[in-house]
Write a protein that binds this ligand. Structure first.
Ligand SMILES: Cc1cc2nc3c(=O)[nH]c(=O)nc-3n(C[C@H](O)[C@H](O)[C@H](O)COP(=O)(O)OP(=O)(O)OC[C@H]3O[C@@H](n4cnc5c(N)ncnc54)[C@H](O)[C@@H]3O)c2cc1C
Length: 472
């Protein structure tokens, strides 16, 4: 019988282990932290469940929705998406609504938007290479500046000209301004079913419920999920065969296959000898971290959105989640509301190691400055959660470096690096789940699936109607 080790109990690792365990494969998951779910976990905070920022589940792929439905069954709710952008002192509906944009922008700005769009349409940039070029090509420079530039630069910590166009191609609907205006004017009229943009599935007890149930099912199927067990490195023999993993306490566990969702950079650094060009490539891939500042606020009706994008360059704050507005049962009828404010940074940035009280003071001041809360708001509780390496940065030219690493790793046929930081792909839950399911398929049926090819195309997961994709 095949013996498989999975490193990491996030969506990718657990989807893989769940699928393997269903087919009788001996699988052990080693998880470094004390909980399952990775970045998509849920946890108890001040008497209710919360997630690590907003976690909306959506996919138009049968296998992924099958995994969700098998484990969550009917314990999910459909949340009507309500999100806005804060820019220049005003809130814009997102996805954009035409009347709202008209109300919030001056006639001069609207004229500039149309003018820039016309110029870009007549003379587009051939082969756009970076984020600025890609978005300007579709929407024009002015709209890019208002709705994309500041937010993207906060998120990535580098100029949009340094971010590879790949990211936009994967994450931004391949719409043009003309299509956006048409759909904004008609605002879904004539389309009686909600799309995956308007509505999403959410497990009634938080996004992490899916992974808690997957872990339970793995144990029921005689697999094993070991928490608080970080893997130090993967072990390879002189024939380029992976034969197991070393734990941080020095012990060794052997296996026929290792599926790794630990950061790709750590995985490769754990090998004894790597060629110079691989070492160089590894040094040039980097990640962005998130600091989440949770506030419990003595207010019931702060704002209606599930989350808000804070584009304004006057504050460092990037996004705010309101956990009151996801699934009403989570809040348990409390009078207080829990918000999570997101700050993005590199590991070397001072804020990452700053005193927590100072970060909380900064977050309080910024929250007040964007006119979301009454001036006399009482913050009952505050807590900081740090999420390292959560955004693989698609800096221009990153793909060539990644290719060097992929080509090197392909020699280890029984090692499968998957997942968000595991394969250096800007995955949502659905992409990571799919990678996990496909890794399991590859192990069980020896199918020559190229796991590196997942989430590289422009297939847009939001294209779909909720009623169709979640139907039994
Ligand atoms: C703020 C935020 C908001 C997001 N919003 C959404 C959203 O709305 N919708 C959506 O679909 N996705 C969202 N995502 C993305 C989603 O969380 C990820 O795509 C998903 O969690 C990736 O799953 P994964 O298994 O690839 O990686 P992870 O979730 O990172 O899991 C990897 C696991 O491996 C463990 N690990 C790491 N190193 C080791 C080691 N050496 N030994 C053992 N274990 C190790 C980690 O502790 C972790 O549990 C969001 C992410 C963030 C940070």
């Amino acid at each position: 019988m095949k013996k498989v080790i999975v490193i990491g109990a996030g969506p990718a690792g657990l989807a893989c282990a769940y699928q393997l365990s269903k087919q009788g494969v001996m699988v052990t998951v080693f998880e470094a932290s004390d909980a399952v779910g990775g970045m998509a976990k849920s946890f108890d905070l001040w008497g209710q469940r919360v997630d690590l920022g907003p976690h909306r589940f959506f996919s138009n792929q049968k296998e992924i929705n099958g995994f969700f439905k098998e484990l969550i069954q009917d314990d999910f709710t459909l949340v009507n998406r309500q999100t806005r952008i804060f820019y220049n002192g005003k809130y814009f509906q997102y996805p954009l609504k035409f009347s709202n944009v008209l109300r919030n922008l001056s006639l001069v700005t609207i004229f500039q938007i149309l003018w820039d769009y016309a110029i870009q349409t007549i003379k587009p940039i051939k082969n756009p290479k970076n984020l600025e070029e890609w978005i300007s090509n579709r929407f024009g420079k002015k709209l890019y500046t208002i709705f994309f530039k500041h937010y993207s630069e906060k998120l990535w910590g580098v100029k949009c000209t340094q971010i590879d166009a790949d990211w936009a191609a994967q994450r931004i609907k391949t719409l043009s301004l003309t299509q956006a205006v048409i759909s904004a004017i008609f605002n879904n009229k004539g389309n009686k079913h909600k799309t995956l943009v308007d509505q999403f599935a959410y497990p009634k007890n938080g996004s992490g419920t899916l992974y808690e149930r997957a872990a339970k099912a793995i144990e029921t199927n005689h697999g094993n999920v070991q928490l608080n067990t970080p893997i130090k490195n993967v072990l390879v023999d002189s024939n380029d065969k992976v034969y197991g993993v070393a734990l941080t306490d020095g012990s060794v566990v052997e296996a026929d296959y290792v599926v790794s969702t630990m950061p790709l950079t750590h995985l490769v650094k754990g090998f004894n000898e790597v060629p110079k060009q691989v070492e160089v490539a590894i040094q040039s891939l980097f990640f962005r971290n998130t600091i989440l500042v949770y506030f419990e606020i003595e207010e019931k009706d702060l704002f209606e959105d599930n989350w808000l994008y804070i584009h304004s360059p006057n504050v460092k704050l990037g996004r705010i989640t309101n956990f009151r507005n996801w699934c009403p049962s989570l809040n348990k009828g409390k009078n207080a509301t829990i918000l999570a404010l997101e700050y993005w940074c590199f590991e070397a940035d001072p804020i990452w190691s700053q005193n927590e009280d100072d970060i909380i003071d900064l977050a309080k001041a910024e929250l007040l400055s964007i006119n979301l809360t009454p001036k006399k708001t009482t913050i009952i509780n505050a807590k900081i959660v740090k999420v390292p390496k959560c955004y693989p940065v698609y800096e221009t030219g990153y793909q060539e470096k990644l290719d060097v690493i992929i080509n090197y790793l392909k020699r280890y046929e029984n090692l499968m690096p998957i997942g968000r930081y595991g394969s250096f792909k800007y995955n949502n839950q659905d992409h990571s789940i799919y990678m996990g399911l496909m890794a399991a398929e590859k192990i069980v049926s020896n199918n020559p699936i190229d796991l590196w090819a997942i989430n590289t195309d422009d297939a847009y997961q939001e294209k779909g109607v909720v009623k169709d994709v979640l139907a039994p």
